[in-house]
Design a protein around this ligand. Structure first.
Ligand SMILES: Nc1ncnc2c1ncn2[C@@H]1O[C@H](COP(=O)(O)OP(=O)(O)OP(=O)(O)O)[C@@H](O)[C@H]1O
Ligand SMILES: [Mg+2]
Length: 373
């Protein structure tokens, strides 16, 4: 009995708490460590607030935490969070906003005469390598390079790795940096890069269209969705876990509120209608819905195999290109073509992985045994 209790205790210790109490209960104790997760939801739903809870919880546990901000410059992040009496002093903020926006926004914050004490803002540890990111020149590669450099500098300085990272947001990164058809491949490699950092990472991403398969949603180990809708004249919010690989979880949607203490989840409130559940649209046949599910499953499996291939250094660039074609067909709602292309990728990948030599012995320290892959 004692052993069981100890084992359970260890298991919950290995969970990474989000810092939002009710959400941690929904997650069966918290996130599984060292993996990327997506926080999705419409604008103003509370994604950044949730991510800051997660970072604050890390700081409370003396863990090195990093916020990579693309949406708002650090000064504005702080100004927005001023109502919450949170101490973000020890938070490292990597400013990856394009210069022009950052400059304009910073001025406007001061111009409007915010109640914030500007001296407090100087406490924010900001990192900006402007030689790498110039005006409106944010690329996936430059952001990746910034993170990589900050990681190694931090490791050198403190002999510690970052444990928690937030990317706020992938939607902004895509808007600034993604033009051209290679964007899916770039995102795939960016999410893989984040996974290899072995920090628990939250990628904030708006799910703009339920029909569009955004790459990060496949590669992430889980998705927490912050829902927001108008009920008469009242804004309502609720939280749901859409996916959580390797763990059981509470799959109901629970109401949330945002107040002076941040986000609160009401676990005992009556279950909500899942507004995010795609209601079958008129004209969308059952066959089409099945096809969507099938394509999603095949693509998700391909993504996992691609990760495996990269770990084992099996060359698959051509398959990644074919996959991006399959995803494009999916986005254009050409499901027949998407499934055909995806199945071809799947069998080609299986064949190459089958022929490839076994992975080389891993030199990094082994993962804790509790981590379920
Ligand atoms: N002290 C507070 N009390 C109540 N509500 C607040 C408070 N501070 C912020 N909010 C609400 O939280 C919302 C913003 O949350 P947050 O910035 O996390 O949204 P977001 O999902 O990140 O949006 P975006 O996609 O635009 O970045 C605001 O729209 C505001 O309504
Ligand atoms: Mg935000």
């Amino acid at each position: 009995m004692g052993r069981v209790v100890r084992a359970l205790g260890r298991l919950s210790m290995d969970r990474v708490k989000t810092g939002v109490v009710g959400l941690d209960t929904m997650l069966n104790g918290g996130l599984l460590p060292a993996r990327p997760y997506v926080i999705s939801g419409p604008t103003g739903s509370g994604k950044t607030i949730l991510a800051l809870h997660f970072l604050l919880e890390g700081l409370r546990q003396q863990e090195p935490c990093l916020l990579v901000t693309l949406d708002e410059p650090p000064i504005e992040v702080k100004a927005n969070m001023a109502t919450f009496s949170w101490n973000l002093d020890r938070l490292k903020i990597l400013d990856a906003t394009p210069d022009i926006r950052a400059h304009k926004r910073q001025r406007s914050v001061i111009d409007v005469g915010t109640s914030l004490d500007v001296r407090d803002m100087e406490d924010v540890t900001e990192i900006r390598q402007s030689s790498q990111i110039r005006a409106l020149e944010v690329t996936v590669h430059s952001v990746q390079k910034m993170i990589k450099q900050e990681f190694s500098h931090h490791l050198e300085r403190t002999k510690q790795r970052y444990k928690r990272i937030v990317i706020d947001s992938m939607t902004a990164l895509k808007m600034f940096a993604m033009q051209g058809q290679d964007s899916r491949i770039l995102i795939q490699s960016f999410v893989r890069f984040l996974a290899e950092l072995e920090a628990t990472t939250l990628i904030i991403s708006e799910r703009l269209n339920k029909k569009i398969l955004e790459t990060e949603f496949f590669l992430a180990r889980g998705e927490i969705r912050v829902n927001k809708w108008i009920d008469g004249s009242v804004i309502r919010r609720a939280i749901s876990i859409e996916k959580f690989r390797g763990s059981s979880f509470d799959d109901r949607m629970h109401p949330i509120s945002i107040g002076d203490n941040g986000m609160v989840v009401y676990l005992d409130a009556p279950a909500q209608t899942r507004v995010s559940t795609p209601a079958p649209k008129p004209g969308e046949s059952l066959l089409e819905t099945r096809l969507i599910d099938e394509v999603s499953n095949v693509i998700e499996s391909i993504m996992r195999q691609i990760e495996d291939a990269h770990r084992r250094q099996v060359p698959i660039r051509d398959i990644e290109v074919s996959l991006s074609r399959a995803m494009l067909a999916f986005q254009r709602r050409n499901y027949q073509k998407a499934i055909k292309l995806a199945l071809a990728c799947d069998s080609e990948l299986k064949e190459r992985l089958g022929k490839a030599p076994l992975p080389p012995p891993i030199s990094t320290p082994p993962r804790p045994p509790q981590v379920i892959r």
